[in-house]
Design a protein around this ligand. Structure first.
Ligand SMILES: [Zn+2]
Length: 98
């Protein structure tokens, strides 16, 4: 998304200067956060099915959502497990809000 540096979920509210050590002034600048289009995206899936403890089978990092879905389908087909924890990783850029 070119030029799509929107307000990401990681945006923090402006902090007040209370509790700052006397003599030092901190200026809090708000930043915009956007996804780095050159960064590599990765998906990982871990099986959390199991009666007493999680199965914990893991797909390891995968380069796309489609192989992650395929891994889950194969795991369900071979084990009957059907509950997974999915992790999505991307890279983000910040830039000062003007
Ligand atoms: Zn499993």
């Amino acid at each position: 998304m070119p030029g799509g540096c929107g307000r990401g979920p990681g945006r923090r509210p402006r902090r007040e200067g209370r509790g700052v050590t006397p003599g030092r002034v901190f200026r809090y600048v708000e930043y915009l956060t956007c996804q780095d289009p050159t960064g590599e995206l990765s998906w990982a899936v871990e099986c959390v099915s199991g009666d007493e403890s999680d199965c914990a089978a893991s797909s390891g990092p995968m380069a796309g959502e489609t192989p992650a879905i395929r891994w889950m389908s194969n795991h369900t087909a071979s084990t009957g497990h059907n509950r997974y924890r999915r992790t999505f990783t991307d890279y983000a850029l910040t830039e000062p809000k003007s």
